[in-house]
Write a protein that binds this ligand. Structure first.
Ligand code: DQA
Length: 135
């Protein structure tokens, strides 16, 4: 099983970025935990602050599934949603925070309707839950 984990804009700042919302784990911590927790999964990890790079990754992956935290593009990017809809690879949407308990604009996900499922609000555990859902 090959799983591509994509993280969108500002996720490279995890650990120092609004820790009261996103916690203290860095993205490297989250990725290392996945590798340790799922030794049989072949992971690839991409983080980009660029919408186009995220779309290219969705279009070109040969992974069996994608775990996607599109970060702020979740709420704004019809282009990312179109990319998810365009590929056969199942995509699982994740968010560290409970986006439905936050500001109005964050309560709408443009990508949720085209994803296989969505998991949010459990901190770094959302990535583990998403991978477990793929197996
Ligand atoms: C986020 C939630 C988004 O609203 C926000 O823009 C992010 C992170 C999360 O993981 O909780 O950057 O996707």
């Amino acid at each position: 099983m090959r799983i591509l984990v994509i993280n969108g804009p500002n996720m490279n700042l995890l650990g120092s970025r609004q820790p009261e919302i996103y916690g203290s784990a860095t993205l490297a911590d989250i990725e290392a935990n996945l590798v340790a927790s799922f030794p049989d999964v072949d992971f690839a990890f991409i983080q980009s602050n660029s919408e186009g790079a995220i779309i290219d990754a969705i279009q070109t992956t040969d992974a069996d599934a994608i775990v996607l935290n599109a970060a702020a593009y979740t709420h704004t990017s019809l282009a990312v949603a179109d990319a998810v809809a365009a590929v056969d690879t199942p995509v699982i949407e994740v968010h560290l925070s409970n986006i439905y308990a936050r500001e109005e604009i964050r309560r709408r996900s443009l990508i949720a309707p085209v994803c296989r499922g969505s998991i949010c609000g459990f901190g770094p555990k959302v990535y583990e839950l998403a991978v477990a859902a793929c197996l």
